[in-house]
Design a protein around this ligand. Structure first.
Ligand code: AMP
Length: 583
C-alpha cells in the first residue's frame, strides 16, 4: 500500500466523530492493505512496532523538527518549525504546511529516495509525494530505531529527512504524528479488534484472545484474513514475548467472600511487577516490566534465579522486591533505584539487592495456562519452582510451600478470621497487605477486573476507647493483644468490636507498656482496662449487630495508630457510627 493511500484514509478517519463509522473505515483499510496489513494495522494505532516490542525510535522532537526543516528547504530552520508548532499546536499540521520534496543530499538517498524523488526536484519542489510505500516507511523507521552510538543522531535525522523529502502534505502530516507518537486519529485497541472481526468475518472474542496471547495487532489481522478463526485459535503465547499483565481492582474482604464464597488470599508485595520468560533451549531469559518494557539487564538477580532454578520454558508473573541484608523487604522506592537502570548495575546491586516472588504461571510444559483457573496455575507454578528444591528426588508434594524459594503462597479460605491473620502476618513481615483473588478465575491480560482485588485502604477511621484486651499466646504471651474497642454513648462507653490485626510485635510491646498501668481486673487471659487510651482504627463496614453492646459491629477493624492527643471524652460516638453506617 502506498503511504499516500494510508495518509488519505487516516485523514478520513481523523475527520470522523462516530466510533462505529471509524470501525467501518478501519475495516476497509485493513481489507485493502494487501501484503502490508501488519504495518497498516499498527500505523493506524500510531504504533511503529508491535505492542509486545519495546523498541522505540529513540528520537526526540527536536530531531524531528530538524528533519522537517531540512526537507522544507534551505530557508527553513528547526526554530521556524518550533515557532509554527507553538502557533498551530500540533506537529502534523505544522508538517502539512510545508512544501517538501526536492532537497538533495545524503538523506534523500539513505531514506530510499532517488535524485528525482519528491516530484520535481529543486527548492520549488511541490511535494506531491506519492511513491513512498508503507513498507518503506516501516523499514526506514526500523533502521532509524536501530541507529546507536556516536553519529546516531545525525543518522536518524538523515533517515527521517529522506522520508519527509518524499512526502506530500498529507503524508507528512501522518508521518510526523507517527514518529512523535501523536497519531491520535481515534483508533484505539478496541477499534482495531472490532475492525479485524468485521473485515474478516471472525468472532470478536476470538480476535480478543489472539490479541491477548500475541500482543501483536498486525499479526492477528493477517492471520484472521489468511487463516480465519482456526488460525486465530491456533495462536499461542511465545516465550520471549511479553503478555499484558492482569491487573487488580480495589476491593473488600466482604465483597470477595460474598462473590466467591472461597477467596484466594496472597501477600501483596510492595515491589515492581515482573514477567519472566525463560527458555533454556535458546538460552534466553528475558524480564519484562508491567508495561512490557525489557528490564532484563537491570535485574541480574532474576536472571540468576531463572538459570539456577528453572529447567524448561516457562512464563511466570510476579513481583521483584528490594531486600535488606537479612532478606526483609524494603520500601518500593528502593526497587525503583534498580528497576530501569541501564548503567552501573553491579554497583547499584551492591547498594540494593532484589529478589523475585512469583504468583502466577502463564506457560509451562509447552502449554498455555491463561484459560486455566488460578488454583491450577498456582499448582503449576509450585511444581515449576519445587523441582529445584527437590534435588534429592524426595517427594515433591511433601515439601513445605514456604521452603520453595520464589513462590508466593496462596491460601484458600472462606474464614474472615483466617484472612485477617494472613493480613496481619503480611504486614508483620513488612509487606503491603493482601491480595484477594477468585480461585476459579482465568488470567485476563491487561484487564483490571473483579477477579483480583487489592484490599482497599480504609477510607474512614474511627477513634475508639480501648476498654479491654487479652494476653497473647506463645511468643506473644507477655503482650496484650486483641483490644476491645468502645465508643461514647452519652456519659457511657459501649463496645463495638475487637481489633487484633495490623499490629507488629514491636508495636504490641509498645501498646502493652502503654495499657498495662490501666488494667482494672484480670480473668484468665482477659483484662478490663480503665478507659484512658484512644486508638484510631480502620474498618471495612459498620454492621448492626447484637454481638456488642453498642448494637453495632465493625467489620474487619484494623489498628492504625494511638491517638495520644485524644481523651476518651473526645472519642467517636454512637451517633457517628449511625451516620457512617447510613452512608
Ligand atoms: P496496584 O499497583 O496498587 O494497582 O496493585 C496491583 C499490583 O500489586 C500488581 O500489579 C503487582 O505489581 C502487585 N502485587 C504484589 N503482590 C501481588 C500478588 N500477590 N498478586 C498480584 N499482584 C501483586
Amino acid at each position: 500500500m502506498k503511504f499516500a493511500t494510508f495518509a488519505d484514509r487516516a485523514g478520513t478517519i481523523d475527520a470522523e466523530p462516530a466510533d462505529l463509522e471509524i470501525v467501518a473505515h478501519v475495516r476497509e483499510l485493513l481489507a485493502d492493505a494487501g501484503d502490508e496489513i501488519e504495518i497498516v494495522a499498527r500505523f493506524a494505532q500510531g504504533r511503529v512496532f508491535p505492542a509486545w516490542d519495546s523498541t522505540t525510535l529513540d528520537i526526540g522532537p527536536s530531531a524531528c523538527y530538524e528533519a522537517i526543516a531540512r526537507a522544507a528547504g534551505t530557508n527553513v530552520s528547526s526554530n521556524d518549525v518550533e515557532e509554527r508548532l507553538a502557533e498551530v499546536g500540533e506537529i502534523g499540521d505544522v508538517a502539512a504546511r510545508y512544501d517538501f520534496g526536492g532537497q538533495q543530499g545524503l538523506g534523500a538517498f539513505t531514506g530510499g529516495g532517488t535524485d528525482d524523488s519528491g516530484a520535481g526536484g529543486g527548492t520549488g519542489g511541490n511535494g506531491t509525494g506519492g511513491d513512498l510505500t508503507v513498507r518503506e516507511v516501516a523499514e526506514t523507521l526500523a533502521d532509524l530505531a536501530a541507529a546507536e552510538g556516536s553519529g546516531s543522531h545525525d543518522r536518524k535525522v538523515d533517515l527521517l529527512f529522506g522520508l519527509f523529502n518524499r512526502c506530500s502534505s498529507e503524508e507528512a502530516r501522518y508521518l510526523a504524528r507517527l514518529v512523535l507518537s501523536e497519531m491520535r486519529i481515534g483508533v484505539g485497541e478496541g477499534t482495531v479488534r472490532d475492525a479485524i472481526a468485521a473485515a474478516f468475518d471472525v468472532p470478536k472474542e476470538r480476535v480478543e484472545r489472539a490479541l491477548q496471547v500475541s500482543n501483536d495487532y498486525g499479526r492477528v489481522a493477517r492471520i484472521a484474513r489468511d487463516e480465519g478463526v482456526d488460525g486465530l485459535d491456533a495462536m499461542e503465547l511465545d516465550v520471549g514475548r511479553p503478555v499484558q499483565a492482569m491487573l487488580a481492582q480495589a476491593g473488600t474482604v466482604t465483597d470477595a467472600l460474598e462473590e466467591w464464597e472461597t477467596a484466594g488470599v496472597e501477600w501483596k508485595y510492595d515491589g515492581a511487577r515482573v514477567q519472566l520468560h525463560y527458555d533454556p533451549g535458546d538460552g534466553e531469559t528475558r524480564v519484562f516490566s508491567r508495561n512490557m518494557e525489557d528490564v532484563t539487564d537491570a535485574l541480574p538477580e532474576v536472571v540468576e534465579f531463572a538459570d539456577e532454578r528453572l529447567e524448561s520454558p516457562v512464563i511466570l508473573d510476579g513481583e521483584v522486591v528490594a531486600i535488606d541484608e537479612d532478606g526483609s523487604p524494603l520500601p518500593f522506592q528502593e526497587v525503583l533505584k534498580r528497576f530501569r537502570r541501564k548503567h552501573d548495575v553491579a554497583k547499584a546491586r551492591e547498594d540494593v539487592s532484589v529478589r523475585p516472588v512469583f504468583f502466577d504461571c502463564l506457560h509451562a510444559g509447552g502449554e498455555d495456562l491463561l484459560e486455566e483457573p488460578l488454583t491450577t496455575r498456582h499448582d503449576r507454578l509450585r511444581s515449576v519452582l519445587v523441582d529445584a528444591v527437590d534435588e534429592t528426588g524426595s517427594d515433591a508434594a511433601a515439601i513445605d510451600d514456604e521452603d520453595i524459594e520464589g513462590l508466593s503462597l496462596l491460601w484458600r479460605t472462606d474464614d474472615p478470621d483466617e484472612i485477617e491473620s494472613i493480613d496481619a502476618d503480611a504486614l508483620e513481615a513488612g509487606h503491603e497487605g493482601i491480595m484477594l483473588k477468585n480461585p476459579e478465575s482465568t488470567y485476563s491480560p491487561g484487564r483490571r477486573g473483579k477477579h483480583w482485588r487489592k484490599r482497599k485502604p480504609d477510607v474512614e477511621t474511627l477513634d475508639c476507647v480501648v476498654t479491654g484486651a487479652e494476653w497473647g499466646e506463645g511468643r506473644r504471651a507477655t503482650f496484650l493483644g486483641t483490644f476491645e474497642l468502645s465508643v461514647r454513648a452519652g456519659e457511657d462507653l459501649e463496645t463495638v468490636g475487637k481489633v487484633a490485626t495490623g499490629i507488629t510485635d514491636e508495636k504490641l510491646e509498645e501498646l502493652t507498656d502503654l495499657l498495662e498501668p490501666h488494667i482494672e481486673a484480670e480473668e484468665g487471659q482477659e483484662v478490663d482496662l480503665e478507659p484512658a487510651v484512644v486508638f484510631e482504627v480502620g474498618y471495612e463496614e459498620i454492621q448492626s449487630s447484637p454481638t456488642y453492646s453498642s448494637g453495632y459491629a465493625l467489620r474487619f477493624p484494623r489498628f492504625q495508630a494511638v491517638r495520644p492527643d485524644k481523651e476518651p471524652a473526645n472519642a467517636d460516638s454512637i451517633e457517628r457510627l449511625e451516620r457512617l453506617q447510613g452512608q
